[in-house]
Design a protein around this ligand. Structure first.
Ligand code: C2E
Ligand code: CA
Ligand code: CA
Length: 736
């Protein structure tokens, strides 16, 4: 569109030349005859006395002095050069300071000998002080206004005129007598005044106007046709003998300039010297292209960055740097491909090592890393070319392998397990879950979940270390999904109920407290045990709500007793390891207990040893804060798996809960050494000024043993199972 406009302006210019320009000389190039005086004058100008020629600035394409240059450019300059070449008359150009005075005034002040390109005004022609050349150039004037301006109603307003441009001033007064003339320092400003609405009309030289209209910023401006003034420009000098000679020579030179030469100059500054776009104009003119370009660039950058990051992600995700096994993301991708092209039965095996964190603690991280590397290598020896191994996280690996039957997979798993077991001690167990891919339409993530479910099932079983995902497990999985879905409703129905298992003083056999253990009592009257949902709710964070629900149950229970003035016994509540990562944990417990106005030492926070040692510093801080607030802190399941004596000494604790397995095995083997260990632990705990409670005490024998070695408290079926609130109250009354 813009190019079209510029093209039409250029065509219009050509048309104007054709219409208005009187041929300067149609039969140029005859030799010029000079008088003696003229010849002498010419040689004077050539020998150190050039004619000082005043040049109008800011009137491109007529004449201009580009900023920061000593150059003079424009059609007037080209005409002067032509005169020089034809006559030998030599000029020295000098810029007329239009901001200060008109060209006429500059001549009167003898600043210049001649001025090039002034208009042949009536009053110049009749001014005896002046001598004017023949037609030097086209000096016509045009009026520019907004396209929407109706030329017939231009009665009042402002006219923008170049300062010192006498023609503009004179014709403005003549054509628009009731308008106010506003002066500007250059022609670009003259046009800009109209564009910006500061003036209604610009009175401007034709070529300058046409040139300025090419600016994309001026696309809403137009020449208003009725007000054109056809007029010539000339070279003007003071009427002195020398300048009369100079003008005479110039006239002779002008007469030698052919129409072709003249047109060539004009064309040169129109066609081959189109409007010089400033950066702003360039941006404006090409705004749609630039916008498109910028959008494309933006999209390109976004896509490119995405490509880079996905490539980075892919390379980062696809391989685990430690074992060179695929990462889970890379694995999912590879499994998708494998499933689509394989026609043999495929199996996903998920396995991990129980207590890997303990292995790390015992042997150091470097050896832990070596163990993982070895595991990956060993698995590799069982894999065929297309089978794939991945390390999902820590010690969890997944494998997809093609085998003829599940029996083949199990047989290989058993072989691998034997090798694995040689690298770890007997208390560490590898658990395997296998999912035979029977339905390829199932999402890969689900298939991986199924193998994991099977592995976890094996982990919970005391007889097996391998489990295959089958219909039973699938049903169990569906049940778990339902439990998660139903959780909020169950909370609202108050289906999670606290059962209280009393704790007894070994010496007095008195109830010294109770542990709140959750039971899911469904609306159908079924009681679901925590073993069926605690792990599940830990996995998805629902455990946090559940534990606080138990804490609230305990608070309600205690509050009732306080209000009734009954004997208060401390209640311990289990808090999952998940809370250790919640920054609001301390505040939330405090807020709830304070809301029920329960003295804090009646609440014991039970946290497993494993939870405490997951991030020791974090746990120390959280438990320390709780203890400072007055809560009792118990370390649950001490002795289950591996125990770190370091945790005993550094954790802010009040009570150690000895896991049943700790002393049952001791009793089983009844060795002197094992007894010494437990005696040592009890004495150590006491030395640390902590209390010790033995859990899962079922028999008189166990009780007697624990009593004999100085255990403080006992919790177990030997005294009481976990009881409903009603039964627990009965138990408490019996005591009284
Ligand atoms: P825990 O914290 O170690 O709780 C003790 C478990 O041992 C209870 O199982 C209890 O019923 C059982 N127990 C007590 N005495 C004996 C005994 O003499 N013999 C045997 N065989 N078992 C005994 P329960 O109630 O099934 O809870 C199992 C586990 O579920 C708890 O182990 C605890 O880790 C978790 N749990 C229970 N309630 C909650 C809860 O409200 N929040 C959280 N986060 N976990 C809970
Ligand atoms: Ca507990
Ligand atoms: Ca326990």
């Amino acid at each position: 569109m813009r190019n079209y406009k510029r093209f039409s302006i250029i065509i219009a210019s050509i048309f104007i030349f054709a219409m208005y320009i009187q041929p300067i000389n149609t039969h140029a190039e005859t030799s010029i005859e000079y008088t003696e005086e003229e010849a002498a004058f010419i040689s004077r100008t050539q020998n150190g006395e050039p004619i000082k020629m005043g040049i109008l600035p800011h009137t491109f394409p007529l004449s201009d002095t580009p900023p920061n240059t000593q150059e003079y450019v424009g059609t007037n300059i080209e005409m002067l050069k032509l005169i020089t070449s034809k006559t030998g008359l030599t000029f020295e150009y000098s810029r007329i300071n239009l901001e200060e005075k008109s060209p006429y005034q500059s001549l009167l002040d003898h600043e210049f000998m001649l001025v090039a390109g002034t208009i042949k005004l009536e009053n110049f022609l009749t001014n005896p002080n002046l001598v004017l050349s023949d037609r030097f150039d086209d000096g016509s004037l045009i009026c520019i206004s907004e396209k929407s301006t109706d030329p017939n109603v231009l009665n009042t307003g402002k006219i923008a005129v170049l300062k010192g441009y006498q023609a503009g001033e004179e014709y403005s007064k003549k054509q628009f007598p009731s308008h106010e003339i506003v002066y500007y320092d250059d022609n670009a400003q003259v046009v800009e005044a109209v564009r910006k609405g500061d003036a209604d009309i610009a009175m401007i030289s034709r070529y300058v106007g046409i040139y300025e209209l090419q600016s994309p910023l001026n696309e809403n401006l137009n020449v208003i046709s009725p007000y054109q003034v056809e007029i010539d420009s000339c070279i003007m000098g003071l009427n002195t003998p020398d300048m009369r000679i100079a003008i005479s020579i110039i006239n002779k030179g002008l007469s030698q300039i052919s129409e072709n030469e003249y047109n060539h100059i004009q064309m040169n500054f129109s066609l081959t010297h189109p409007y010089n776009l400033s950066i702003v104009e360039y941006v404006y003119e090409n705004r749609y292209f630039l916008l498109l370009g910028l959008c494309s660039l933006f999209i390109f950058i976004v896509l490119f960055r995405k490509l880079l990051s996905t490539q980075k992600d892919r390379s980062a995700l696809s391989r685990d740097p430690l074992t060179s096994a695929l990462t889970e993301a890379g694995f999912e991708l590879a499994v998708t491909k494998l499933i689509s092209k394989s026609n043999k039965p495929l199996f996903i095996t998920d396995f991990d090592l129980s207590n890997f964190s303990t292995y790390n603690e015992l042997h150091g991280k470097a050896q832990g890393d070596e163990l993982l590397k070895s595991i990956a290598k060993i698995v590799g020896t069982f894999l065929s070319d297309q089978d794939i191994i991945c390390r999902s996280y820590a010690d969890n690996f997944k494998v997809i392998s093609s085998k003829n039957s599940i029996e083949d997979v199990i047989s290989e798993v058993k072989q691998a397990n034997e090798i694995f077991n040689q690298m770890v001690d007997s208390k560490m167990i590898f658990n395997f879950g296998i999912y035979p891919i029977v339905d390829t339409s199932i999402p890969i993530s689900k298939m991986l979940d199924f193998a994991t479910i099977a592995r976890k099932n094996a982990k919970h079983s005391s007889e097996r270390f391998i489990d295959v995902f089958d219909e039973t497990l699938y049903q169990q999985h569906m049940k778990e999904m339902q439990m998660i879905e139903y959780f909020d409703k169950a909370m609202a129905n108050k289906e999670f109920v606290a059962y209280y298992q009393p704790k007894y003083d070994v010496k007095t056999k008195e109830i010294i407290g109770a542990e709140a253990l959750v039971r899911w009592c469904t609306t159908t009257g079924k009681i679901i045990m925590p073993g069926q949902f605690i792990d599940l709710f830990e996995k998805n964070g629902l455990i946090q709500k559940l534990d606080f629900c138990m804490l609230e149950n305990a608070c309600v229970f205690l509050k009732k007793r306080i209000e009734l003035g009954q004997k208060i016994i401390p209640i311990s509540v289990n808090f999952s390891r998940i809370h250790m990562f919640s920054k609001d944990f301390v505040d939330n417990i405090t807020e709830l207990v304070e809301r029920y106005e329960i003295p804090k030492h009646f609440i014991e926070v039970e946290c497993t040893e494993t939870a405490m040692t997951y991030d020791t510093e974090l746990s120390k801080d959280i438990l320390g804060q709780l203890r400072k607030k007055g809560f009792e802190i118990a370390m649950d399941d001490f002795g289950k798996g591996y125990s770190s004596l370091n945790a005993l000494s550094t954790m802010p604790l009040d009570v150690i809960k000895l896991d049943s397995g700790f002393f049952s095995s001791t009793l089983e083997f009844d060795t002197n050494r094992a007894n010494k260990v437990i005696i040592g632990v009890i004495s150590l705990v006491h030395d640390l000024s902590l209390k010790i409670i033995a859990e899962g005490v079922e028999t008189q024998e166990q009780f007697e043993f624990l009593k004999s070695i100085g255990c403080d408290f006992i919790q177990g079926y030997y005294f009481s199972k976990p009881l409903s609130e009603e039964d627990f109250l009965k138990e408490l009354y019996q005591e009284l």
